[in-house]
Design a protein around this ligand. Structure first.
Ligand code: NAD
Length: 488
């Protein structure tokens, strides 16, 4: 495992560790402080204010929405392109800051920043090309036209696994659709969101985008219940999503939830096993397995299970584990926090106590830092805890099945429904299985490939609402019907 590399960032990269309200960095209303930790060492690298309900109220009260909503689409679009250009000029420092805060390999951070920029560019273009029902007479002597209006102020809560990218997936469509926003980043990984605010402060009108730091329970709940906030969008855990949905219920505001996943990978007997094993090396361990769409739960036909496991284990043993600064070839970094590494190791220990076999990995790597060895668990029985709950670490479980009916039934037998994949060379079977899988995205002979034009979001316990694509733009807009009586 690679270690002892020069630091990714300097003090100068951390200047913006305050709230960002009405276009400037401001002091908090109270004195609480949260330490931000480097997961490779456990050391505190920055301190951010612990926000309060008053801080949320101050951000929600900013009067920028009328001005922003009035801009014609071309103007809003050009500002979003300018924002994308500004981020592109800072790709490398943003990538290094993301890796310093999350421990993710530099290749992952660079991919995150590239997709962040692309998300702003896509939304800048898409908002100018939206279409709707043609203006016309749909009732006798009555002319109908449909207006797409902004909702107003959107509350946003983001997770620690893709801090900048998940912020961009919200900010870009929210601003493109003419709304303003108050965003609460994860208390564990706020640094790139604050850096984004710092980088674009002179481009956006003051108050259009506000950032308040905190743990979730107080400020997240205040955002969700706030009478001046028109919608709440959260990417995070099922528990966090449930909490904001309950807090939003009294004011009946719209809720948009992108929650967890427990993604099945169904491998039929005719699949290209080498291609599947090689794809899972990436899709199972991208972002160190801290990925809501991770290919983490293999269901492989019993006739090819032995051969597939051999190939998968050989791929996983070849993964390069290390801290991000250790080199460009690092593929797997640490877990984000002490609490999270303990959680992942707890799953592995309980599985082994229950008789699940470890084909490779199986526990923590000696410190410092929160590293877990890339792991493949085999002989996983139906209904095992590791096959049902989101572990959110570098762990793939392997179960076997006897026929397709059993594969589909077991793949669907989890409370979450974010994404899945099916592996076969037979087009008819692949489509039939894809249609029967109860997940928001299904890949055929692939896993974890995303694009700005196509929607991302889950079914069942994985939430509702869509990120990316014109579906996200629609989620952050309301439709008004205006009807003119022109009869004489
Ligand atoms: P989390 O729910 O603990 O935290 C997410 C955010 O919600 C944080 O900002 C946190 O401070 C806040 N929060 C926590 N409790 C809250 C509450 N009671 N009220 C309001 N806000 C609250 O999740 P996490 O651990 O940061 O992120 C990991 C989870 O996110 C995983 O389950 C993962 O699958 C999911 N995720 C989903 C997607 C997706 O696109 N579906 C993407 C990334 C992550």
């Amino acid at each position: 495992m690679g270690r002892c590399a020069p630091p990714l960032i300097t003090e100068a990269d951390l200047l913006a560790a305050r709230h960002f309200i009405d276009g400037t960095f401001v002091e908090a209303s109270a004195g609480g402080v949260i330490g931000v930790v480097d997961p490779c060492t456990g050391n505190v690298i920055a301190r951010i204010p612990e926000g309060t309900s008053q801080d949320i109220d101050r951000a929600a009260a900013v009067r920028a929405k009328a001005q922003w909503a009035r801009l014609v689409l071309k103007e809003r679009s050009e500002l979003l392109h300018a924002l994308a250009d500004r981020l592109a000029e800072h790709t490398e420092p943003l990538s290094r800051l993301e890796s310093a805060n999350t421990g993710k390999p530099l290749a992952v951070s660079r991919d995150d920043v590239a997709m962040t920029i692309d998300t702003f560019r896509f939304m800048a273009g898409a908002v100018r090309a939206t279409t709707s029902l043609a203006v016309g007479d749909y009732a006798e002597n009555h002319l109908s036209l449909l207006l797409r209006e902004p909702l107003g102020v959107i509350g946003v809560v983001t997770p620690w696994n893709y801090p900048l990218l998940m912020a961009a997936w919200k900010i870009a469509p929210i601003l493109a659709a003419g709304n303003t926003l108050v965003l609460k980043p994860s208390e564990q990984t706020p640094l790139t969101t604050l850096k984004l605010a710092e980088l674009v402060a002179d481009l956006l009108p003051p108050g259009v985008m506000n950032v308040v730091n905190d743990y979730g329970a107080v400020t997240g709940a205040r955002l969700a219940e706030h009478p001046d906030v028109n919608m709440i969008a959260l990417t995070g855990s099922v528990a966090g999503g449930g909490a904001v949905a309950r807090a939003a219920a009294d004011s009946l505001k719209r809720v948009h939830l992108e929650l967890g996943g427990k993604e099945p990978v169904v491998i039929l007997p005719d699949a290209d096993l080498a291609a599947a094993a090689s794809a899972l090396r990436v899709a199972g361990f991208w972002n160190s397995g801290q990925e809501c769409g991770a290919a983490c739960r293999v269901l492989v036909h019993e006739s090819v299970a032995g051969e597939f496991i051999e190939q998968l284990v050989s791929e996983v043993r070849a993964l390069v584990v290390g801290e991000p600064a250790a080199g460009e070839d690092v593929e797997v970094g640490p877990m984000v926090s002490k609490a999270h590494v303990d959680r992942v190791i707890g799953y592995l220990a309980r599985a082994q106590n229950e008789g699940v076999q470890v084909a490779t990995g199986g526990g923590a790597i000696d410190g410092p830092g929160y590293f877990v060895a890339p792991t493949v668990l085999v002989d996983v029985p139906e209904g095992a805890e590791v096959a049902r709950e989101e572990i959110f670490g570098p762990v793939i479980t392997v179960e076997t099945f006897a026929d397709e009916e059993e594969a589909v039934r077991r793949a669907n037998d989890v409370p979450l429904g974010l994404s899945a994949s099916v592996w076969t060379e037979n087009a008819r079977r692949s489509h039939d299985i894809a249609a029967r899988l109860d997940f928001g995205t299904v890949w055929v002979n692939s896993h974890l490939v995303l694009a700005g034009e196509v929607p991302w979001g889950g079914f069942k316990g994985s939430g509702y609402g869509r990120d990316l694509s014109i579906y996200a733009l629609d989620d952050y807009a309301r439709t008004k019907h205006v009807m003119h009586n022109h009869g004489r």
